[in-house]
Design a protein around this ligand. Structure first.
Ligand SMILES: NC(=O)C1=CN([C@@H]2O[C@H](COP(=O)(O)OP(=O)(O)OC[C@H]3O[C@@H](n4cnc5c(N)ncnc54)[C@H](OP(=O)(O)O)[C@@H]3O)[C@@H](O)[C@H]2O)C=CC1
Ligand SMILES: O=C1O[C@H](COP(=O)(O)O)[C@@H](O)[C@H](O)[C@H]1O
Length: 578
């Protein structure tokens, strides 16, 4: 923990800035967000262990999903928020959801906050503010939120009471996103709730990206904490190519330090994605196989059985490559392929991920195919095409499906195709990682049972969703007096093995942001490396006006995906599950 002895007066932002300028002369003027982070640079402010202790005292709830941390990096806080503060309840946490009237806030963020409260994972003294332009009273916000709150299936006791308690901590402030005055008013309201205690503030930017910088500017100048930390969770998309992403980062960094920015990729908060490193690095049987010597190809597959319904306006500016591949699938790839990190510390993990991304070959136009869904009727029901969405231009060439082949130019993965496939309005919803192993040399069984083990290779499948599970496809003798082989699965089905409900990704990520744990958030160099891989192909697709292959709503997507796979002698693994 770096310790700085600079004391910054808590009452005025301008005096804070000048004290800080003196201490850090390289930066002439530092807004308050920046000032706080430099003083208390990067350590989590309180550990899950402490939070849990504190929360248990508060609620007497047994937290079966476990807020206690597994990570050494979370074990000590060492910064300004002492254990004494926490246990005496002298600190407060204010969470402001900017864009509170929106889809993501209603669907994911408020429910995740409630789940954390229900599980006893929030500090005793917290409040939640919704901020957006829509005029709402506190009560109207509460009614809106209450419609989407649910209780854990396995812990329904006191659910109604807990909801009431949670809702009574929720408040609303209506304001413009570019108005410093409106944020100053928010600041006054936050201060009222904070009642002079040490206050930590978390902003969640659940808004379209074109207003990120306005909000950060206004919140930074007028509504950051004066005596605790201020952090900002930024939703994707972080730009639409290398240039715009770089520009966004530059703008945000006028007001925030890197330590204050929590770029969320909610796939990193999914249980099975979290488990990837555990699977690899804590099981002797996997890590030795984890290379070009044994792995023939890796497939990262995302599919949704619904279209862009309601989000066509956003989606048409981005398309599936930017929406899913450049972030969710690439993040999984990086975790899958990285070298063992020195420790589980956020920076060690993120540095390994960056190394993988920087070892990759930028996607080539000839290694990507694109598709777009068209209207389709099935069972008397008509499903709309992408361009039937009134917010999408009739001549849109935006891909709603893409398949891509990518390569990592390092010693471990040289020549191994990493195939990605992502699409909307397909026949099913799912996300999975498929690892296809090489064939068994010598094929002892070919002569006697005519089993072609070159085709029946082992496959490890990590099913991220739905119905989380991990299975290993093996060749096995069919029981009986004869000798016949078939392919069977060694199957770890989560719902059978772990009866507790799996927390939503947003719960994990919100808790991490509250605790200052950055492991599952994207660092700016990671983001740059990710965009550098996709920007050239994205530009060519747009400049050359490549026409996407149409596929019917509810189908398996364009056949082009199969040609792309066969170019690398690969068969998509999900076809076999059909
Ligand atoms: N929805 C989802 O499933 C996901 C969303 N995201 C990202 O999260 C963020 C929020 O998503 P979502 O809730 O769907 O977004 P919305 O389009 O619902 O926007 C959120 C709120 O922002 C305000 N807003 C919308 N458009 C504008 C505009 N042009 N100018 C100013 N304010 C505007 C509206 O509030 P008001 O009018 O009251 O001010 C709206 O309620 C986006 O960056 C999105 O890309 C990421 C992953 C999934
Ligand atoms: O980021 C996004 O993710 C969702 C899919 O998330 P999931 O957790 O439901 O799998 C996707 O629908 C959306 O287009 C995209 O922006």
């Amino acid at each position: 923990m770096a310790t700085h002895s600079v004391i910054i007066p808590s009452s005025s932002s301008s005096s804070s800035s000048s004290a800080l300028s003196a201490a850090f002369p390289l930066r002439e003027t530092l807004p308050l967000f920046t000032a706080r982070s430099l003083i208390f640079p990067s350590k989590p402010s309180f550990s899950r262990v402490r939070l849990r202790f504190f929360a248990e005292k508060q609620s007497q709830l047994d937290s079966s999903n476990g807020c206690a941390s597994n990570f050494a990096s979370l074990q000590d806080s060492g910064d300004h928020l002492t254990e004494e503060h926490v246990t005496k309840g002298e600190s407060t946490l204010s969470i402001t959801v900017v864009g509170a009237s929106g889809d993501l806030a209603k669907k994911k963020i408020f429910p995740a906050l409630f789940a954390l409260f229900y599980e006893g994972c929030l500090p005793q003294d917290f409040s939640v503010f919704g901020y957006s332009r829509t005029k709402l009273s506190h009560e109207e916000l509460r009614v809106m939120i209450s419609r989407t709150l649910t209780c854990r299936i396995d812990q329904r006791e006191n659910c109604g009471d807990k909801m009431d308690q949670f809702l009574s901590r929720c408040f609303y402030h209506s304001g413009q996103y570019d108005s410093e005055d409106d944020f100053a008013e928010l600041n006054t309201k936050l201060k009222e709730k904070e009642a002079g205690k040490l206050s930590n503030r978390l902003y969640y930017l659940s808004i379209p990206p074109n207003i990120f910088v306005d909000v950060v500017r206004c919140a930074s100048l007028r509504a950051s904490s004066e005596n605790g930390w201020t952090r900002v969770i930024v939703e994707k998309p972080f730009g639409r190519d290398s240039e715009s992403s770089g520009e966004l980062t530059r703008c945000l960094k006028q007001y925030l330090t890197e330590e204050q920015i929590f770029r969320i990729d909610h796939y990193l908060g999914k249980e099975l994605v979290e488990n990837l490193s555990v699977l690899r690095f804590s099981n002797l049987v996997f890590e030795p196989l984890w290379s070009r010597n044994y792995i023939r190809n890796v497939q990262l597959i995302f599919s949704e059985d619904f279209g862009t319904e309601g989000r066509g306006g956003y989606f048409d500016q981005y398309g599936i490559i930017r929406d899913i591949m450049q972030n969710h699938l690439l993040q999984i790839l990086a975790l899958f392929a990285m070298e063992p990190p020195v420790s589980l510390d956020a920076e060690d993990i993120r540095s390994e991920k960056v190394k993988v991304l920087r070892s990759m070959k930028p996607l080539l136009l000839e290694d990507v195919i694109v598709g777009q869904y068209k209207g389709h009727s099935k069972g008397g029901k008509a499903y709309p095409g992408y361009i039937d969405d009134p917010t999408v231009p009739n001549n849109s060439l935006t891909p709603t499906f893409a398949a891509a082949a990518m390569f990592i130019n390092n010693a471990r993965w040289d020549g191994v195709p990493f195939l990605m496939k992502a699409g909307k309005a397909l026949h099913t919803r799912g996300a999975e990682i498929r690892v296809q192993f090489r064939h068994v040399p010598g094929n002892l069984y070919k002569k006697i049972v005519a089993t072609d083990l070159d085709k029946a290779t082992n496959e490890l499948v990590i099913r991220v969703q739905p119905d989380e599970g991990i299975y290993l496809r093996i060749n096995n003798k069919v029981p009986g007096l004869g000798m016949r082989l078939d392919r069977s699965d060694l199957n770890l089905l989560y719902r059978s093995r772990y009866p507790s409900e799996i927390p939503d990704a947003y719960e994990r990520l919100l808790l991490d942001a509250i605790e200052g744990e950055r492991r599952l958030f994207i660092r700016s160099d990671e983001l740059n490396a990710a965009w550098d891989l996709f920007t050239p192909a994205l530009k060519q697709l747009e400049e050359k006006k490549i026409v996407p292959e149409l596929y019917p709503y509810g189908s398996r997507g364009p056949v082009g995906a199969h040609y792309l796979a066969s170019k690398y002698n690969v068969r998509w693994g999900d076809l076999e599950d059909a």
